[in-house]
Each structure stands twice: as structure tokens, then as C-alpha cells.
Design a protein. Structure first.
Length: 202
């Protein structure tokens, strides 16, 4: 059995004049180094060991379904800042997985906010929807190898299960003998995956 889902070569960045650098973040000459934290410690160790060849790539993955708020600003500064500190890059990757709630106005607003904070993604602006076929193939691989399952619960049933597990501490997803997944709502790859394939190709 293969130990990992199928992989494809990373797509080349779109052509353009944008830089690979993450924009703001470089320290002025003579400035004190930033205080360490667990993320900086992990990156420093990876750079020391050559784990990724000294390459640091982060990402800011907003959903384009609304305007940014304070917590987003923290994430922007964290991800773009860590990349800039290490002469790396930060990808702006929109998590556009729910087109019904998304709008180009929000995407433009998000990009403007990132630039307002002093950062830039260069040519590295992507969308999760660019990789739907690959993500679907990954999902199939996990199901086929019994590392994931397809849950046919309705939205209401799923909300009830989550509420039960969270608020009562019970195992809402356990089967009758107390282990595993409730067989009433989950299907094995043999019983469920082929049907999904047929529907997707119809």
C-alpha cells in the first residue's frame, strides 16, 4: 500500500513582474532581532538542519466571503512576517470553497487590506478551486485506504452529533460496541465511493 496520496508537481507561478518576496518585514540595520516564539524556533531549526533547503514558504488563506477583521490582521502579519524574516515568500491563497457566499468585492478588499498592512504576495496569488480535481483525488485515496469515510448524515444530524459530543462529552460518532464510526451514516469505500464517482462524471 502506498504510504501517501498521489502527488503532482507543484504548479508554476503565473508569469508577471511580481516579486517572490513577501514585502514588508525586513529589519533595519542594527535593529534588535524579534522575540522568539515556537514558530520562529521551528523555522530556525529547520533552516539549521537544512530540512527544506533553507526555503520558507507560508500562506494566508482567507475565505472571500466577507471583510477582514482584527484576527485576520494578526494572521497576515504572522504569515507574511515570518516569510519576510527568512527571505521567503507568503502565498495569498483564497479558500474559495463555497461560491454561493463569495464575491469578487470581498477578494479585492482582502487583497487591498494585505497591501495596506505593508505586505505583498508578488505573483503568488492562488485559489483553492484551482486544485479541486487534485483535492478530490486525495479524498478518494484516503477513503480507498480506509483512512477516511464519507458521512451521509444530513446537516441537522451532523449538528446534533457535534452538539452531543461537545456538550455531554459522549462519543456521538461511536458505533454500538463503543468504537469506530456509526455504521448508520457512514459508508465504506466499497459501498459509497463508486456512487459518488458516477455522479461526479455524469
Amino acid at each position: 500500500m502506498s504510504a501517501a496520496p498521489p502527488q503532482k508537481a507543484a504548479p508554476k507561478a503565473p508569469s508577471g513582474n511580481g516579486s517572490n518576496r513577501s514585502g514588508a518585514g525586513a529589519r533595519p540595520a542594527g535593529a534588535a532581532p524579534p522575540a522568539s516564539n515556537f514558530l520562529r524556533a521551528i523555522i530556525a531549526e529547520d533552516n539549521r538542519s537544512g530540512k527544506y533547503g533553507g526555503k520558507v514558504v507560508t500562506r494566508f488563506p482567507p475565505e472571500p466571503n466577507g471583510y477582514l477583521h482584527y484576527e485576520h490582521a494578526k494572521s497576515i502579519i504572522l504569515n507574511f512576517g515570518l516569510a519576510a524574516e527568512n527571505d521567503g515568500r507568503c502565498n495569498l491563497r483564497f479558500d474559495d470553497t463555497n461560491p454561493a457566499t463569495e464575491d469578487v468585492e470581498f477578494e479585492s478588499s482582502i487583497a487591498e487590506a494585505v497591501r495596506w498592512l505593508g505586505f505583498d504576495w508578488g505573483v503568488h496569488r492562488y485559489h483553492a478551486s484551482d486544485y479541486y480535481d487534485e483535492l478530490y483525488a486525495f479524498a478518494e485515496w484516503f477513503v480507498e485506504h480506509d483512512l477516511a469515510y464519507v458521512d451521509s448524515s444530513t446537516a441537522a444530524e451532523m449538528r446534533a452529533k457535534i452538539a452531543t459530543a461537545v456538550f455531554t462529552g459522549s462519543s456521538a460518532f461511536a458505533d454500538d460496541d463503543g468504537g469506530g464510526i456509526n455504521p448508520c451514516t457512514c459508508r465504506s469505500s466499497a459501498g459509497r465511493l463508486p456512487a459518488r464517482r458516477r455522479r461526479s462524471r455524469a
